[in-house]
Design a protein around this ligand. Structure first.
Ligand code: FUC
Length: 789
């Protein structure tokens, strides 16, 4: 074995940092040769809460604006007061095989109130328009988003003058900045307007400000203020007819702040304070402050999958070419991966709401699904890359939000099920509702909170923060597990404990009478989530030395939980009876929860289920599965966990060619951001996995990525992993142990012998001779371990 500690840091620097920086400067740009014609061609900027989409128009620039808490509505009770009284009857009907009758009764008596589309919804903040009167023919146009700085830009030439616009949304200064400049003095003349498609906005003008205010939802929603301040050098500014006119300026900087009263703060004051504070800085300083803040997080990870660089092809053309000609497109994977990290940083910073179905970017007054928080896959998927791609800080808003569901969740548990603990169903919104709403075949699924809870445990595993475990993860886990202690029932036929009435999101099955039904007792996904939730909660309570009696009860219940089973066709049974799916190619592949994001289905512990999982995906795909962006992204993660790099890559290409818009937003269709985040996580899972008790290096490397390096991915146990490979073979890994502790390492290549002082600390558990090598060694906090293969 060859554990080389010496020079670890220097090597890391040489091998990873320099090349990574070079790659980032050159290639981490989305760029286009013409202005955006549609919103899905515009480029997004964001600071977690304040977002903009820049179109780059020549005679008219449009920056479409969002503020994450611009929501209509208010908290309302959406539950069905009759639910609890009818719960048992629905269960009995399901146990008796009266599926459609059970469904009818549940629909009538259990389901709560669904609001009309758009009643409580996220909405656009409005638009900032810049009109350039008399604009003439343009040359040398380029519109770009640089992921290495989080600055969008537009460059062009007109009548021999070169013009430039730059846009970014700053987290440290909580504002958006748009700077316009030209290479000749006095060349900038434009008109500015701020408006909103509601047409209920009130716009006021002063010498250098436009302020827009509104009580959204016609008075049922948040109040917002958007405040735009103009700074010009040279030229003049005049206000007239709700427009600011700027004439013959040398340079123009527009600063925009926006806020709402969602958190009971005064948006007028907040926006004024932010802009006043920014007056202390020049545009250049604001930009530097933004870039410094962004790069501290973004630069932790670099990915280089190809020695051949992309050359000079615009992003939309590259996508188009890939669609027509196919191809390995490894560089597109670098870009897509880093774009996912960019989007997470831009839609989820601490102190804000979590990324919604569209992150923070939504164009109109009634975005699809209200751009809310669906919690039967979508919100969860948004956070798959958070720890893995070393952006643990972006998780803050997610945990805050899930904790805020708890009081309502306790009320719903009591009212609907007569249970203690907290529950949430398939979706929620900024008003934190948790009741089952709408149709049974998507709404009657009491597992939302339980699944969200698993993220707390996972985050603890990645970060090793005992304070997080004690103060946040464990109380959340206890509350979720407590609900199921009261709620689970015994299946009279098998004696196992099952959930229900529930369903397998959002699929239906064929009843023995040939009818379609959705609700069932003990669907596979529910049981998989519960096995893992109970196991984690038991472990956590033991680690924290808390709640011994509670732990024992949980252990007994866990022993009695219905197991996951394989059906007659060799796939994992989606329901507790071997039903046929109404939609065998359904986009949700819920019964593989324990393959990903869960961990119980893996080659070591459950080889039969592992093989059946493969068949399950194949069956879904044979029947047209993966047709939505997020579904495709999940499939990439599944194949990564099945250690099938070729299949993972095949599905990555399908994601790019079938479910990606010109601005690289994922499309369901329509635009939905989960696929971006799921795809990003999938790429990382192909390179590094740590769910099964060890850190596995290059578990699913496809042939097309035969040369490459990655720096900065995070593994559970708080290890930071850098790797380099050539000809499809791992050559070097540098692992930084942030918290110390046991490193169990799994590789497909043996570590070479060496005379290093670390030699002898690791033991190959299997091999040589076998295809897999497992090393186990104790690490100290901060220790850097360099391994040559
Ligand atoms: C889930 C999915 C849909 C869609 C919606 C927002 O319910 O089943 O496909 O992504 O969320």
């Amino acid at each position: 074995m060859h554990f080389m500690k010496t020079y670890g840091c220097i090597l890391t620097l040489l091998l990873f940092n320099l090349s990574a920086l070079k790659a980032q400067e050159q290639d981490l740009q989305l760029w286009y040769e013409s202005p955006a014609r549609a919103w899905t061609e515009a480029l997004p900027v964001g600071n977690g809460s304040l977002g903009g989409m820049i179109f780059g128009g020549i005679d008219r620039e449009r920056i479409q604006l969002n503020e994450e808490s611009v929501w209509t509505g208010h908290p309302i009770d959406r539950g069905n007061p009759e639910a609890r009284a009818h719960l048992d009857s629905v269960r009995q009907l399901l146990f008796a095989g009266e599926y459609t009758e059970a469904e009818r009764l549940a629909q009538e008596k259990i389901m709560g109130r669904r609001l009309e589309q758009g009643e409580h919804t996220y909405q656009t903040l409005g638009n900032l328009y810049l009109n350039f009167p008399g604009a003439s023919k343009t040359e040398d146009y380029r519109r770009a988003l640089d992921l290495s700085t989080a600055v969008a830009s537009v460059h062009y030439e007109q009548e021999g003058i070169r013009y430039k616009r730059e846009l970014f949304s700053s987290y440290p200064d909580q504002l958006m900045a748009l700077n316009l400049s030209a290479d000749q003095p006095g060349a900038l003349s434009l008109e500015l307007q701020l408006n909103r498609p509601s047409q209920h906005e009130a716009v006021t003008l002063s010498a250098n400000e436009i302020v827009m205010r509104e009580h959204t939802g016609n008075g049922d929603g948040v109040r917002y203020t958007a405040r735009l301040r103009v700074n010009v050098s040279g030229g003049s500014v005049n206000a007239a007819d709700s427009t600011l006119h700027i004439s013959n300026a040398d340079e123009v900087t527009l600063l925009l702040a926006a806020a709402t009263d969602y958190q009971n703060k005064n948006p007028d004051e907040l926006t004024r304070q932010r802009l006043d504070h920014a007056q202390a800085f020049t545009y250049k300083q604001l930009k530097q402050r933004h870039i410094r803040d962004y790069q501290q997080l973004f630069n932790r990870v670099s990915l280089d999958l190809t020695p051949d660089r992309v050359g000079d092809t615009a992003t939309d053309r590259r996508l188009e070419r890939l669609r027509q000609e196919g191809g390995p497109a490894p560089h597109l994977s670098e870009l897509y991966f880093q774009y996912g990290r960019y989007l997470l940083l831009s839609s989820s910073r601490s102190g804000s709401l979590p990324a919604n179905l569209q992150g923070i970017w939504a164009e109109g007054m009634a975005p699809p699904w209200n751009a809310d928080y669906h919690i039967n896959i979508n919100l969860q998927m948004n956070y798959w890359p958070a720890d893995l791609t070393n952006l643990s800080e972006t998780y803050g808003p997610f945990f805050d939000f899930v904790e805020k569901l708890r009081p309502r969740g306790r009320e719903t548990a009591r009212q609907t099920y007569g249970s203690r603990g907290a529950v949430a169903h398939h979706t929620t919104d900024v008003w934190h509702f948790t009741e089952p709403i709408g149709k049974t075949y998507w709404g009657l699924w009491p597992m939302g909170a339980a699944w969200l809870t698993m993220h707390f445990w996972d985050h603890y595993q990645y970060t090793g923060s005992e304070a997080f475990l004690r103060e946040r993860a464990y109380p959340q886990m206890k509350s979720a597990a407590t609900f199921f202690m009261d709620y689970l029932v015994k299946d009279p036929e098998t004696g196992y404990l099952v959930t229900g009435p529930s369903m397998s999101p959002e699929n239906q099955y064929i009843t023995p009478e040939g009818k379609q039904a959705s609700i069932a007792m003990g669907p596979a996904m529910d049981m998989e989530i519960l096995h893992e939730l109970f196991e984690a909660t038991i472990k956590a309570s033991r680690m924290l030395e808390l709640d011994a009696a509670f732990r024992d009860t949980l252990q007994q219940l866990k022993n009695d939980l219905a197991p996951v089973r394989i059906g007659a066709n060799g796939t994992i049974m989606e329901w507790n009876e071997d039903f046929e799916e109404a939609e065998p190619g359904h986009r949700h592949i819920s019964h593989l929860y324990s393959l990903h994001p869960g961990k119980a289905i893996n080659a070591n512990d459950t080889p039969e289920l592992f093989r059946a999982a493969r068949k399950t995906i194949d069956r879904r795909l044979q029947h047209g599965g993966g047709h939505t962006g997020w579904s495709r992204a999940w499939i990439i993660n599944f194949f990564a966990r099945l250690k099938d790099g070729e299949k993972a890559r095949e599905n990555i290409l399908a994601l790019y060619t079938k479910s990606t818009l010109p601005n690289l937003f994922d499309t369901h269709p329509p635009f939905q951001i989960d696929g971006n985040f799921g795809g990003t996580a999938g790429i990382a899972e192909m390179l590094l996995q740590s769910h099964a008790g060890y850190v596995e290096l290059l578990p699913a490397l496809p042939k097309a990525w035969k040369e490459g390096r990655v720096r900065g991915l995070k593994a559970r146990g708080n290890f930071i992993v850098d790797m380099r490979w050539a000809k499809g073979r791992l050559t070097e890994a540098v692992i930084t142990s942030n918290s110390g502790g046991t490193l169990r390492l799994k590789t497909h290549f043996p570590v070479q012998e060496s005379d290093s002082s670390l030699a002898g600390r690791g033991q190959p558990v299997s091999g040589p001779g076998g295809a897999v090598y497992i090393y186990e060694l104790e690490t100290n906090p901060g220790e850097v371990i360099t391994l040559m293969f």
